[in-house]
Ligand binder design. Sequence first.
Ligand code: PRP
Ligand code: URA
Length: 242
Amino acid sequence: MDLTARYANLHVSNHPVMAHKLSLLRDRSTEPKKFRELVRELSWLLGYEAMADLTTQPITVETPLEPTGGAELEPKVGLIPVLRAGLGMVDAMLELMPSAEVWHIGLYRDERTLKPVEYYNKLPDAATVQVCLILDPMLATGGSSAATVDILKQWGAARIKQVSLIAAPEGIATLSAAHPDVDIHVGAVDRALNERGYIVPGLGDAGDRQFGTFAGPASEPGHSMGDEAAEVVRRLQRNLSS
Ligand code: PRP
Ligand code: URA
């Protein structure tokens, strides 16, 4: 689904390697070990694209032959993995930017209300970085992402980017409406949310698939959770089409 004409802040990768690896990630037979490897590889590719507009400052480098002009990244960058699923994206991003600071935010999504619940935040009083990259493989309703942006703006982050492997149109709409200044970098935009707020076709539960925490049929993404979650999804879908 191409939503880039509608949302100026949305950046969808069109790299063939991204498409190839995302297909392997989606496959239900991909085991946690392979799943984690793919999350890492995809994060590297997406991180590379998300950092394309970071500013640099000129430096001089001494090659073995002579001095030459070079560049170094200018802003201090913070990586903000959203626990749990965002953890799998950190190492690849640190490979790209070894000097980045990593600040964890703990949020889980209440599966009945689909609202984010904060449980971990050790940010110091004032922002220590200029650019924050929120790392979370899934942008579904957008509730977790919008809440994380709220936290980071209150902290004083000057620039914020959301980096997600897969997004739903509903989540892009929610995040863009709440925070139009936040760039959204994704590997793919999927069709919709199901009545439990899972992205379809999606990949299921990104946290469970990384960490092997499968709790049985009642917790599976296709299992009905009752009216409240379904009503939230219907409201988001009405907003999207209005
Ligand atoms: C998942 C995912 C996001 C959130 C996305 O986390 O990693 O943080 O859901 O959903 P939203 O856009 O509707 O808010 P989850 O709540 O499953 O927690 P976990 O990472 O600990 O499994
Ligand atoms: N969280 C996930 O892990 N997957 C989804 O599809 C939605 C939220």
